[in-house]
Design a protein around this ligand. Structure first.
Ligand code: LLP
Length: 430
């Protein structure tokens, strides 16, 4: 199997950034998420270089939902990243990680009054999802004596090749304002006293392995930019969203790079804005493509069983990585302590959760497994820990960050008392 260069095999063990996964599992226990900070920084630099080599004013906003650990966000902040935040929590995290407020965009299709207040108070730009939200924000800004800078989230009505649950720019999706109604929305915003429309935003979906849909989205966006400019809107930024996919099937999936993206998309953007006579910043919001392959989830085989098929029962399930159960997602596996052993048998790797669907990987050819073996689930850095839960009262596992020769916890493992700590005894049970 092809491996990215930060994953290597030596002495029969899988290594990440030069660290032996088996030794990490022994030291910190399993299940365990291990993330390479160097890899994230490398991928961020690739984005920066690919885009800023082709257009002067570029801002890479990290989609914080993909992996919200503060250490990950801090590393990206130090590289100069901003963030797409989708909740007040993510906004606090981004600021706490040291990201500058002018590099943030507060997204969301269902913002609360508190979200809008916080956005106004912090002076963060808001991607407005409806006219109702526009007027609520205008009122909040007026009450605070401020002016909120906004974009509208465009629904470009584009069909994209990805799982339907993560296509976000379909005509039928819940996100944004239909592209045909966008000019009217800006007209309404221009008439508001405490809102200033200065941006335009879209996001067409996630895990998209072709570049062509992004090019189509860019075309829609510059066409709209032309119309808005004609109406007197002064666009300071256009955010084309995130969505670039990664090759979860290492040997067969296409592996589009930020360079491939920039080569096709930036010229459309540049020509489009030049035709409008404007020079807005170009923003993008990658999540997965910055963090997914930086991380392995190490899980221990508890037992094996031959029934109608051969099962390997491991200690991580959809409580820690829900993508296979939720999207039928595929993640490559490497048996970390038998990384160069011959592949001999077919296993279905199942988690410890009391659900039939708790399958991490079905029908995989692996070396013969025994209790105690450590399986590395690859590409677990995006929407992995971030979507974890405490289902079945399972404390969430720790996360380790590595950089160079150093390794350290970036999140300790939870205990059962972490699960019960927010629970309260109703008075009649005292
Ligand atoms: N910007 C917005 C407004 C988004 O909604 C998203 C992702 C992103 C940026 C980042 O997209 P990315 O570059 O990561 O594709 N949990 C799913 C993915 C959900 C994506 C939701 N929005 C999964 O595990 O595949």
């Amino acid at each position: 199997m092809k491996l990215p260069h930060h994953l290597t095999i030596s002495d029969g063990h899988l290594h990440i950034g030069g660290h032996d996964c088996v030794a990490l599992a022994e030291k910190y226990g399993t299940p365990l998420y291990v993330t390479s900070e160097d890899r994230i920084c490398e991928l961020f630099k690739n984005y920066q270089m690919a885009l800023s080599g082709r257009y002067q004013k570029v801002q890479v906003l990290y989609a914080a939902k993909a992996n919200g650990n503060l250490a990950v966000m801090r590393a990206l902040a130090q590289m100069g990243a901003g963030a797409d935040v989708f909740s007040s929590g993510e906004l606090h995290m981004a600021l706490g990680a040291g990201m500058r407020v002018e590099k943030l965009l507060f997204n969301g299709s269902s913002k609360t009054p508190d979200d809008l207040w916080l956005a106004v108070e912090k002076g963060v730009r808001v991607s407005v999802d409806s006219l109702d939200e526009l007027h609520q924000l205008d009122a909040a800004a007026k009450a605070a004596g401020k002016v909120a800078k906004i974009a509208f989230r465009v629904n470009p009505a584009l069909d994209v090749p990805t799982h339907p649950k993560i296509a976000t720019g379909l005509a039928t999706s819940k996100f944004g304002i239909p592209h045909t109604e966008i000019p009217a929305a800006y007209r309404e915003a221009l008439a508001c006293s405490h809102v200033k429309p200065i941006g335009l935003h879209c996001h067409i979906g996630s895990q998209i392995l072709a570049i062509e849909p992004f090019a189509r989205a860019a075309q829609v966006m510059v066409r709209i930019a032309k119309e808005l400019t004609g109406m007197g809107v002064k666009l300071e930024f256009i955010d084309l969203g995130g969505g670039l996919g990664i090759p979860y099937h290492h040997d067969t999936d296409p592996s589009p790079t930020p360079e491939d993206y920039a080569v096709k998309v930036v010229p459309i953007f540049k020509a489009g804005v030049e035709a409008c006579g404007i020079a807005p910043e170009l923003w993008v919001e990658p999540g997965r493509s910055l963090v997914a392959d930086s991380t392995v989830l190490l899980t221990r085989v508890n037992s094996t069983k031959s029934a109608h098929k051969r099962f390997a029962n491991v200690d991580a399930g959809f409580n820690l990585l829900i993508r296979p159960a939720m999207y039928d997602a595929y993640h490559e596996l490497v048996v970390a302590n038998k990384a160069d052993a011959a592949v001999q048998m077919e296993y279905t790797v199942t988690g410890p959760i009391c659900e039939t669907g708790d399958i991490l990987a079905a029908d995989r050819k692996l070396p013969a497994l025994a209790a105690g073996d450590i399986i590395a689930v690859l590409d677990a850095g995006a929407y992995g820990f971030a979507m974890s839960s405490q289902y079945n009262s399972r404390p969430r596992c720790p996360e380790v960050l590595i950089r160079g020769t150093e390794a350290a916890l970036m999140r300790r493992g939870e205990t059962v008392s972490d699960i019960t700590t927010t629970m309260q005894r109703p008075p009649w049970q005292r």
